[in-house]
Structures are given as structure tokens and as C-alpha cells.
Design a protein around this ligand. Structure first.
Ligand SMILES: [Zn+2]
Length: 60
């Protein structure tokens, strides 16, 4: 199976490693951020919204 989109959905970086979540590419760096982020982090809401878009195809 060929990866159609090699650009990270979160940061837009072109990278070969990372995960595919519901058809969207997430690079290793962003994956780590998502895994380790806490609600105290300033970027928490941004990441949460982007994950929501990926998982549920919600537009914000
Ligand atoms: Zn990324």
C-alpha cells in the first residue's frame, strides 16, 4: 500500500516516519507532542482540535 500524503497533518513537514491516523499523516515529532501534551500546555487546545478534525472530520 502506498502512502498518498507524505506531509504531516499537524506541522506540514514532509517526513517518512510517523503514523497514519484515519488517513492523515502525523510525523514522529508531532506524535510525541500529542502523546505527552497536558491540558496545562498552551498548545493543548490547538492539538486537541486538530486531532478532532482527523478523527471525526470536524472542521473548526
Ligand atoms: Zn509533524
Amino acid at each position: 500500500m502506498k502512502i498518498l500524503n507524505n506531509l504531516c497533518f499537524m506541522c506540514g513537514e514532509s517526513t517518512s516516519d510517523g503514523i497514519i491516523l484515519n488517513g492523515e499523516k502525523i510525523c514522529k515529532a508531532c506524535e510525541d507532542k500529542i502523546v505527552n501534551i497536558t491540558p496545562k500546555n498552551l498548545n493543548y487546545d490547538t492539538y486537541k482540535d486538530q486531532i478532532k478534525i482527523i478523527l471525526f472530520n470536524q472542521q473548526v
